[in-house]
Design a protein around this ligand. Structure first.
Ligand code: FES
Ligand code: FES
Length: 132
């Protein structure tokens, strides 16, 4: 199967690889796995607590080229977005941008699930902080 130029570019030059301290209260962490193939993706956001805007993002993905490209793309897209905007991101937008073939759609779903999980984690931390 031929990968699109954008997949190859993100795979060869992944943006924002790495991780933030999970315990940092400005950080939300999403870790998801794809049952179909066993790939695992960790995506983290760093949020400005005053503005609610995502200032930075990191990922670590143990998976195929499309999963790596999807997570790299998402870390670029969410910077400067609000939590609501980031949580509204659709896998179809990722798949379209990267021109993913049908068998690789689940790789983009993994990235959508990971960003949603990261937003949820950040929100849970902050609800907990308010009620403590
Ligand atoms: Fe091979 Fe995902 S199935 S890396
Ligand atoms: Fe499973 Fe890409 S093949 S995430």
């Amino acid at each position: 199967m031929a990968y699109s130029d954008k997949v190859v570019d993100h795979y060869e030059n992944p943006r924002n690889v790495g991780s933030f301290d999970k315990g940092d209260e400005s950080v939300g962490t999403g870790m998801v796995g794809a049952p179909a193939c066993g790939d695992v993706m960790k995506l983290q956001i760093k949020v400005n607590s005053e503005t609610g805007v995502i200032e930075d993002a990191r990922f670590k993905t143990y998976g195929c080229g499309s999963a790596i490209a999807s997570s790299s793309l998402v870390t670029e897209w969410v910077k400067g977005k609000t939590l609501d905007q980031a949580a509204a991101l659709k896998n179809s937008e990722i798949a379209e941008e990267l021109a993913l073939p049908p068998v690789k759609i689940h790789c983009s779903i993994l990235a959508e699930d990971a960003i949603k999980a990261a937003v949820d984690d950040y929100r849970k931390k902050h609800v907990a902080a308010l009620t403590n």
